[in-house]
Structures are given as structure tokens and as C-alpha cells.
Write a protein that binds this ligand. Structure first.
Ligand code: CO
Length: 136
């Protein structure tokens, strides 16, 4: 298993429209895609930057991991996402490594992706997301 791209950095925000306006006016980064991902209880916005994305995420309700994150830690860097070619292969490899997985099976991400999260306590205190893009 080899991660092949820094797919995105996920940043938790309270006000998605305000954050998008700030990224546009300060850094000239435009939003490419917005989507409510029901499975994760978030609305996400993807901002294209070179071969990677900035992903802004905001909770759609008072419950859920991102809402809890904002309550505890406030706005800021939430996770780092690596692209992998085959998510099943990647998860099987991490199981053999004894990694602490949040998702033992792939789940649905935005834009037709499949994703899985690895617990921050597994490595370097960082929540890692693995992303497999839909083959078109
Ligand atoms: Co993400």
C-alpha cells in the first residue's frame, strides 16, 4: 500500500459561507464543489489548489464528531487526507500493521469517493482520512 497524493486538508469551520468568502478574497481560492454528506453529518466544500484540495467542513446539526470537535477545540485543522488506489487493500494493510482504525470498512464520502478514517492516536496525533476516488 502506498498513498499517492495529499488529497486534501480538512478544516472545521462554524460558518461555511464566511470561511469560503475569506479563502476567496484572501487567497484567491475558489470553491469547486459543495455537498451535504449525511453519513458524516457535515456540509463540505472543496476548494481546488494545485493537485490537492482544501476541504472546509461544518456540522449540519448539533451532534456528530465535527460538532464535538468544534465545541472542544474550536475551528481549525481537523484531518489530513491521503489518496489511495484501493481502499480495501489499504485497510487490510493497516490492520496487519495494527493501526487503530475508526472505520474498519469503507464508507461514502463526497463526490462519489469512498473513505475511511484512522484514529489520531495511531500516528503523530493526526486524524488521517484515506480517499479512494471513483474511477471514471
Ligand atoms: Co476529508
Amino acid at each position: 500500500m502506498k498513498a499517492y497524493n495529499l488529497d486534501h486538508v480538512g478544516i472545521a469551520v462554524r460558518d461555511l459561507d464566511a470561511a469560503l468568502a475569506g479563502y476567496r478574497t484572501r487567497y484567491g481560492i475558489e470553491v469547486l464543489h459543495r455537498e451535504v454528506v449525511t453519513d458524516q453529518g457535515v456540509e463540505e466544500a472543496m476548494l481546488a489548489l494545485g493537485g490537492s484540495y482544501v476541504q472546509l467542513i461544518t456540522p449540519v446539526g448539533p451532534e456528530g464528531p465535527v460538532a464535538r470537535f468544534l465545541d472542544k477545540r474550536g475551528e481549525g485543522l481537523h484531518h489530513v487526507a491521503f489518496a489511495v488506489l484501493d481502499l480495501e487493500v489499504a485497510l487490510a494493510h493497516l490492520k496487519t500493521e495494527g493501526s487503530r482504525l475508526i472505520d474498519r470498512e469503507p464508507r461514502r464520502g463526497g463526490r462519489g469517493t469512498r473513505i475511511a478514517f484512522v484514529h489520531p492516536s495511531d500516528l503523530s496525533g493526526t486524524l488521517i482520512e484515506l480517499v479512494e476516488h471513483a474511477t471514471s
